[in-house]
Design a protein around this ligand. Structure first.
Ligand SMILES: Cc1cc2nc3c(=O)[nH]c(=O)nc-3n(C[C@H](O)[C@H](O)[C@H](O)COP(=O)(O)O)c2cc1C
Length: 361
């Protein structure tokens, strides 16, 4: 596997398997003299950590980050980047390989068991090895470093739909995100999700979700046409997250139903010489370049494929089998995908800030 790095100038390489001793990321290209604290990275990881409510997997991974290189630590704990690779290590402490013994030779429908086997001829069935979303913890740690590159950009994520429950956008309140276990900005929808997901969880099933990531304060001009368009890189970043099957920027798929008048974001003269946009159907990107408006992206996360309900499948010999996955799995992986999406937005923007600097000075 040679494709474990993401980004050009701000480059993140992740390593490790869910049931190995550790996972982690090496962040190369981070500019020197940026300051942060280990707790900043830890706080990002804590947001993604499993076992925080009954709605996520009960695996007890503390996900404590160790920063092995690329920084100088002051006596008060402040870390200053040196411009050299920053290695971030997270030890695995709660692996239970036996949870996966029943899928050692069978393929879970909807998971990557079959494709990893057919491609590599060998697969780590314990938790899915590299296909496990445990890898996304490394991205979240790297995302915390990425945020240092563009500190004035506020990146926030929200769960805007779960199965048949959608938020009412008129009730969107960012301060509600931390008041419910779903990162949901609509308190009424969040309440409904509780009962709904309890039912899904108790029946051993799972459900999908839609996540929205918003970056406010990004300057106009980020993006590298033609093949490094900002929206194209965002789509790649979000689609690379486990279980993501669809990505939208701005109005997204909805544009197919709009007229030119409805879609074009009209402009008026602003006070500072820059235009003011009257709407944001473009999601903050035109021609692959940021407009200075909020950058808005959504991605659809499929239901967890490891479910208790027996599903028809085949094993490695080609024999037909029924597969039911015991072990500990999230009933809605979309919830913990929220901080992963925030991290990928931060990584793409950090890379583009540096690429923009390289292109225009
Ligand atoms: C945060 C997060 C946690 C996940 N946890 C699980 C899990 O516990 N069980 C599972 O079957 N899939 C889980 N997934 C999804 C699988 O990793 C993913 O479906 C699998 O790697 C196949 O890749 P694909 O769905 O992108 O095709 C998780 C995804 C995310 C984003």
């Amino acid at each position: 596997m040679s494709h474990n790095s993401f980004g050009h100038l701000f480059r993140v390489t992740t390593f490790g398997e869910s049931h190995g001793p550790a996972i982690g990321a090496v962040v190369d290209g981070c500019p020197p003299r940026l300051t942060f604290r280990r707790e900043d990275v830890q706080a990002a990881l804590d947001k993604r950590r499993p076992g925080q409510s009954r709605f996520t997997t009960q695996r007890k991974e503390p996900d404590e980050v160790e920063i092995l290189s690329g920084v100088i630590e002051a006596e008060d704990g402040t870390l200053t980047t040196t411009g050299t690779p920053i290695a971030l290590l997270i030890r695995n402490v709660d692996q239970r390989s036996k949870d996966y013994s029943n899928i050692a030779t069978s393929y879970r429908p909807g998971h990557a068991d079959y494709t990893y086997d057919v491609k590599y001829g060998v697969r780590d069935h314990r938790g899915g090895g590299r296909s496990s979303a445990r890898e996304t913890a490394s991205r979240v740690a790297a995302g915390a470093i990425a945020r240092l590159v563009a500190p004035r950009v506020a990146i926030r994520g929200a769960l805007v739909a779960m199965g048949e429950i959608e938020i009412d956008r008129t009730r969107w309140d960012w301060s509600e995100i931390d008041n419910n276990p779903f990162f949901c900005p609509d308190p009424v929808a969040a309440k409904k999700m509780e009962g709904y997901l309890d039912g899904i969880r108790k029946s051993g099933s799972s459900v999908g979700a839609m996540i929205e990531i918003v970056a406010e304060g990004a300057p106009a001009g980020l993006g590298a046409p033609i093949y490094g368009k900002l929206d194209a890189d965002l789509a790649c970043a979000f689609m690379s997250i486990n279980a993501v099957k669809g990505v939208e920027i701005g109005a997204g798929m909805e544009v197919a139903r709009l007229t030119g008048e409805q879609n074009a974001d009209e402009m008026r003269a602003g006070n500072d010489g820059r235009p003011v946009f009257l709407s944001n159907k473009a999601g903050g990107v035109l021609g692959g370049i940021s407009t200075g408006q909020p950058i808005v992206a959504r991605f659809a996360v499929k239901p967890t494929s490891s479910i208790l309900t027996p599903r028809r499948s085949v094993d490695q010999t080609g024999a037909e089998v029924d597969v039911s996955t015991k072990g500990r799995h999230d009933p809605c992986v979309g919830i913990r995908a929220v901080p992963v999406g925030e991290a990928m937005m931060a990584i793409v923007l950090a890379d583009h800030v540096l690429r923009h600097r390289g292109q225009v000075g």
